[in-house]
Design a protein around this ligand. Structure first.
Ligand SMILES: [Mn+2]
Length: 276
């Protein structure tokens, strides 16, 4: 695997890493679990011709229960709007937590296109179906209350995770995701994930596409399943991940917490080096 971290510390080119395409999803702005500061850092240090926001960007479910909107969450929105204004194509594909945005499908919000699903053509001509994925998740479809119950348990888990990591930071230990750990340990979660992946691949074949880019299950992945490219861009509450397409067509998952470890400090970079 080519290490994308190199593009962030390349001495010849100090400045934002440039990609043909970036996909991010499951940001969950409006919740305490959202890693807005890390995401801002990511947005500041990257540029792309096209940016896909693949759903669950703003968490309407949680905001309805408890309003939570710190400045950093505003900054994320501002940053994305600014990228769109400056010429990046920004496509917003709503998910289940921001399903309210689905009523604005096929409309434009500022310079941002809102689409129910999108088809992305890679530089080497492959057609990728871009969709959040909740519509093909058996739990979401058949028992919304189970999904909401799971949502409450999940939110609690993320709060515990935040406390745990503040403690780890004090002890100078690296970030570690409790929920990711549990997800990988629990058998049911694994079979849920593989069922989801299979269903997405079946739907992709039905669409006549070469691959799919989705989110929703907070599990970044990129692999071939039955001749179909299955790519999941992960999330910004646990894995802090994005999917990128390089200019040579190579697709890669970037884990921001791995990159941050090797980044030079902001102070070491000239002011102009960072994208605004
Ligand atoms: Mn979702």
């Amino acid at each position: 695997m080519v290490d994308s971290r190199l593009s962030f510390v390349n001495n010849d080119q100090i400045g934002p890493a440039k990609y043909r395409t970036i996909w991010i999803s499951d940001i969950h702005l409006g919740t305490a679990g959202c890693k807005a500061a890390s995401l801002l850092d990511f947005l500041k240090r990257t540029e792309a011709d096209t940016i896909y926001l693949v759903g669950d960007i703003i968490d309407g479910w949680r905001l309805k229960k408890k309003f939570f909107w710190p400045q950093t969450h505003n900054d994320v929105i501002q940053k994305i709007l600014r990228k769109a204004r400056k010429g990046a194509r920004v496509v917003y594909v709503p998910g289940n937590h921001d399903e309210a945005a689905r009523q604005f499908v096929d409309m434009k919000f500022g310079d941002i296109e809102i689409l129910d699903e999108a088809i992305h053509e890679t530089v080497d001509g492959k057609r990728l179906w871009v969709v959040h994925g909740d519509k093909f998740d058996g739990i979401m479809q058949h028992a919304r209350w189970v999904a909401h119950l799971g949502d409450i348990a999940y939110t609690t888990l993320l709060i515990v995770n935040n406390y745990l990591n503040s403690l780890r930071r004090l002890l100078k230990m690296p970030y570690w995701s409790l929920s990711q750990y549990l997800k990988h340990k629990v058998k049911g979660a694994i079979s849920f994930i593989s069922t989801y992946e299979k269903v997405m691949v079946t739907q992709t074949k039905r669409k006549g596409c070469d691959g799919v880019v989705c989110g929703h299950i907070h599990k970044a992945e990129i692999r071939d399943i039955d001749g179909i490219l299955y790519a999941n861009d992960g999330d910004w509450v646990e894995s802090l991940s994005a999917l990128v397409e390089h200019y040579d067509g190579r697709l890669e998952i970037i884990y921001w917490d791995h990159i941050v470890e090797i980044l030079p400090d902001d102070e070491d970079l000239p002011e102009t080096a960072l994208a605004s």
